[in-house]
Structures are given as C-alpha cells and as structure tokens.
Design a binder for this molecule. Structure first.
Ligand SMILES: C[S@@+](CC[C@H](N)C(=O)[O-])C[C@H]1O[C@@H](n2cnc3c(N)ncnc32)[C@H](O)[C@@H]1O
Length: 248
C-alpha cells in the first residue's frame, strides 16, 4: 500500500494512534516474511520500520522518508543514538507496560556501528546487542544529567516521548549540549504543539514546542554569542517533525 492510499488516509483521519497501532499489529504477521526478505535485500529505513512495527513508518506517521533524507549518509559513522520514548502501547494500560522498543530495534538495524539508548518514564524490557535502556522522566534534569555523564556524546537524539511542551523544552535545554558537533536533534509529532492536552495552543502561545522552535529560529538568525544559547547550524522543519543540526 502506498503512503497516500485512500485506506491509509481514512485510517489517519478516523482512527486514533492506539487503534491504528492495533490494526498494524494484526496485519504484521502477514507482512513480516516479505519485509524480512526486503530488509535483507535493501535494508531501507521504511522496510525496517515496518518490520519492527514503529509508527515512524509509511504505514502511520511517514517520518522514515525524512529520516532517510537526513540520516542515509550518516549510517556508517553514527556511534550513539538516544531516543526519548520507547513505546509499546497496550489497549488497556496505555504505555504503562514493559513492551516497546520497536523504533530502537529499527535504529539498531539501520546504524550498524551504533549503540542505541532508549529512555522511558515506564520500565521497559528492552535488551539485546547494542541496545540500552534507562528509566526516567524526560523533564527531570537530574536524570538527564546522569544520562549525559554515562553516555555522551550523541550523534543523534530523538524526542518521541510525552510530546508535552514543557517536557520537550526541558529535554532540549539539557540534552542539546550532549549532541556532537555536526549531530542532529529531532523532535517528533509537533502538530501536538497546538493541542491544549499537550500544553499546546494557538500560534503565539508561550511554552509550547512550537514556541521553542520559533525561539531557535530567532536565535539562529541573530547568531547570538550567548554561550547558553544553542549553536544551530541548520533547522529543517516539516509537517509534524523538526530536525536541528548542530554546528561543527
Ligand atoms: C509514542 S511512544 C514512543 C514510540 C517509539 N519511539 C517508537 O517509535 O516505536 C511515547 C513513549 O514516551 C513515553 N513517555 C511519556 N512521557 C514520558 C516522560 N515524561 N519521560 C520519558 N518518557 C515518556 C511513553 O511511556 C511512551 O513509551
């Protein structure tokens, strides 16, 4: 099914994340053997995403196309990637389960020389070669600083956690310093920056993830010398996702 098929568009329009994840869970056994073969032959990111069942794939959010654009040339050189939010939703208990790790396994297979670190507020049973898990809250600076001490530096950092404005800001403020020069910091699901349920609001609302990005735009344009300000070389903003590239 192509990314823009009418079925997929309808699913996006009428079903919530949990319902879409449940459907993709049901069709996975049929899709899986074909994907295994495909990833062995091509190993493109979208096939890996669908094989492991993360919502970054073209079956759901469609971020893999953008990740491929920015990450393909980095595949052999990436040594450490940190992702906030391990996933593994359960119809009754939400994310409060030990399941998850779909995107972590995708990154492990995509970056052959990288250690993949996942963090989550809930205890997740993620283990295996080149996979690490730490439990903690992305808004807790003490937890984040310990993480930095133990794992820095990161070639790539991805925020796919709570999607709450203050959490995204707290993580960015603390973790940006741990991104390698030339590295990338990505924030997903930014349409929620306009949703009150995620501390979002209409354009101009302070404290949202969109406000953080707009401040970064001002910062980048002003080329501030303030050492506490991020040193951003480039920003790539798409529908729902932003990539911050650190200056070398
Ligand atoms: C959308 S899921 C992540 C999906 C996963 N990255 C993937 O692509 O397969 C969001 C995750 O963020 C976690 N989360 C929510 N609030 C958090 C917080 N304050 N700190 C860390 N993780 C949090 C949830 O428990 C959940 O597992």
């Amino acid at each position: 099914m192509s990314n823009s098929s009418p079925l997929r568009q309808m699913a996006r329009r009428f079903l919530n994340d949990a319902q879409r994840e449940r459907i993709s869970y049901c069709i996975r056994p049929v899709e899986r053997p074909m994907l295994r073969l495909r990833t062995r032959l091509v190993a493109d990111l979208d096939s890996l995403a669908r094989l492991h069942g993360t919502d970054k794939s073209s079956s759901t959010n469609g971020y893999t196309r953008l990740y491929e654009t920015h990450f393909a040339s980095r595949r052999p050189s990436v040594r450490r990637l940190l992702e906030i939010g391990v996933g593994g939703i359960n119809p009754g208990r939400g994310y409060e389960t030990t399941e998850g790790g779909q995107s972590l396994r995708m990154w492990r297979d995509y970056f052959p020389n990288a250690e993949i670190v996942g963090i989550d507020i809930h205890a997740k049973a993620v283990s295996g070669p080149r996979l690490r898990f730490e439990q903690g809250d992305q808004s807790d600076p003490v937890f984040l600083r310990t993480l930095i001490e133990n794992y820095r530096p990161f070639d790539i950092l991805i925020d796919d956690g709570s999607h709450i404005g203050s959490d995204i800001t707290a993580s960015f403020v603390t973790l940006w310093s741990a991104v390698k020069p030339g590295g990338m910091y990505v924030i997903e699901d930014l349409s929620l920056a306009y949703d009150a349920g995620f501390e979002g609001g209409p354009p101009g609302t302070p404290g949202t993830a969109a406000a953080l990005i707009k401040a970064a735009v001002d910062d980048t344009l002003l080329r501030s010398n303030d050492p506490f300000r991020p040193s951003i070389a480039a920003m790539h903003i798409y529908g729902g996702i932003a990539f911050f590239e650190k200056a070398k």
